[in-house]
Design a protein around this ligand. Structure first.
Ligand code: PA5
Length: 462
């Protein structure tokens, strides 16, 4: 197939200042022609997403969410967040999976690394529960909250997920015993389905303030709904900027954009071409600890969307340079079934230079007066070249800073790429039938009413 241009990334993308996508370090492993051969299919799948004609099309609400969210909805979220913030010092956000990871990654990325050591300030400190069933975690949390003013945001689309339901039951009781049943109602906000589910029923009975998770937005695609936006607003960050970033990415990754200008389509096609060449594992790497939970969000997005019908790239993550001293060995010399996608942050808020030292026993004077970020950049460049030399294709995404806008852009970029990728694999990226298997066993083991037959069967296996 003839190449229509000698580059895949067109001028428009090259001109974007705050977001860059570089796939040039995959060309030693797959040719531009191989990527370009997916162009038509990728463009077709972008259309399927926007026309809502592909598989799982009842879960495509996220596609135009950034451009469709109204001023009224934004204001309501901001007002409710402000109202709660005035009353409490801590807000416990209860949820798991898609009802947790969006807000979690955002707050980890935006907060000071040492925030947990500081007193809650102008905005309440947002903590999480319901993402595990660990007794010590809940015990420590309830102890911490004993003498604190706190509120609860409970998030569950189904309303019946065990982990958040358990945490909510415990924290609700604690709140009621600390402030009284009636006052507690004012401090609990539910985010759930419009009509069905236990949490909807409970919020109607208790008259909790509540927000709706749209029917057509699945958990892992819900960070731009109240699921992600309310906790972010409570912590004092600009949900408007977050939405604006996503909106910008929505506008450049739609049906009007040709493949060469569509970063989500290029990324999806590139990883698909690598997968076809036997690169079955994608490692999302960052050189900034603040993005560790972004990788967790990304792993859920891609793992739950693509891992079906015995297909799918396995999403893994590392954070460098720490993991260069552990996983770096495998990445450099282990089995060659991996490729790496690096999220690089070019700017930093703080400025720290390495001091010079008279004794120079650590032999660091050769980098004296350099900024820490300069050293990190060279570590990143050196790592990328070493890994490419070691047989690991590298995709690089650069943002100029960690801020609300860029995080919104990244979120939508990966959501869109994930939808396209799922369709390229010919699977439905919007369901998750596999997660039911463990639940069925757990309910049978816990002897949940209605699971008598499963209980009997599972006990025979023990
Ligand atoms: O992406 C998904 O759909 C899942 O990860 C869900 O978000 C997760 O299982 C939590 O479900 P729920 O919001 O119904 O409690």
């Amino acid at each position: 197939m003839p190449l229509q241009s000698d580059f895949l990334i067109n001028n428009f993308l090259k001109r974007m200042k705050n977001f860059k996508l570089d796939i040039s370090k995959v060309y030693d492993f797959i040719s531009k022609e191989e990527i370009f051969s997916i162009k038509n299919e990728a463009e077709k799948q972008v259309k399927s997403l926007h026309n809502k004609s592909g598989e799982g099309n009842d879960f495509l609400g996220w596609v135009d969410l950034p451009s469709q969210i109204s001023e009224n909805e934004i204001q309501e979220i901001e007002n409710v967040a402000k109202g709660l913030a005035k009353k409490v010092d801590y807000v416990i956000v209860i949820g798991i999976g898609g009802s947790y990871l969006g807000a979690k990654f955002f707050l980890e990325a935006m907060s000071s690394s040492f925030e947990w050591l500081e007193q809650a300030g102008k905005y309440p400190r947002v903590l999480f529960a319901g993402q595990n069933i660990v007794e010590d975690y809940l015990g420590e949390l309830t102890e911490l909250l004993k003498d604190k003013k706190f509120g609860i945001v409970v998030i569950s689309k189904s309303g019946t997920t065990t982990e958040p339901a358990v945490a909510f039951r415990i924290l609700k009781k604690q709140l009621e015993s600390q402030v009284g049943k009636e006052n507690a109602k004012e401090l609990i906000i539910a985010i759930t389905d419009a009509k069905k589910g236990a949490l909807r029923e409970l919020s109607n009975i208790e008259a909790y303030q509540s927000f709706i998770i749209p029917d057509d937005a699945g958990g892992r695609y819900s960070v731009l709904t109240p699921v992600g936006l309310l906790p972010i607003a409570i912590a004092g960050y600009s949900i408007r900027e977050f939405i604006n970033g996503a909106k910008q990415m929505e506008s450049i990754s739609g049906t009007d954009t040709i493949f060469e200008d569509n970063p989500a389509a290029i990324y999806a096609a590139t990883r698909h071409a690598l997968y076809k060449k036997g690169k079955k594992i994608e490692i999302l790497a960052n050189f900034n600890d603040k993005l560790v939970y972004f990788s967790e969000w990304w792993k859920q997005l891609f793992g739950e969307s693509e891992g079906k019908e015995n297909k799918g790239i396995f999403p893994a993550s590392v954070y460098f340079t720490a993991d260069l001293h552990s996983m770096g060995q495998y990445i450099q010399e282990g089995e060659r079934h991996i490729f790496e996608t690096v999220i690089s942050v070019s700017g930093s808020d703080k400025k720290i230079q390495i001091p010079s030292d008279e004794g120079n026993l650590d032999q660091l004077n050769y980098i004296a007066n350099k900024r820490i970020s300069d050293v990190n950049s060279m570590a990143e460049l050196g790592t990328m070249l070493a890994h490419v030399d070691g047989g690991v294709p590298n995709i690089r995404i650069e943002i100029d800073a960690i801020n609300e806008y860029n995080l919104g852009q990244l979120v939508y970029f990966f959501e869109k790429a994930c939808g396209i990728s799922g369709y390229l694999l010919n699977i439905n990226p919007f369901n998750q039938p596999g997660v039911e298997a463990y639940k069925k066993n757990m309910f049978a083991l816990l002897e949940k009413p209605g699971f008598e037959k499963e209980t009997e069967e599972i006990k025979k296996r023990l």
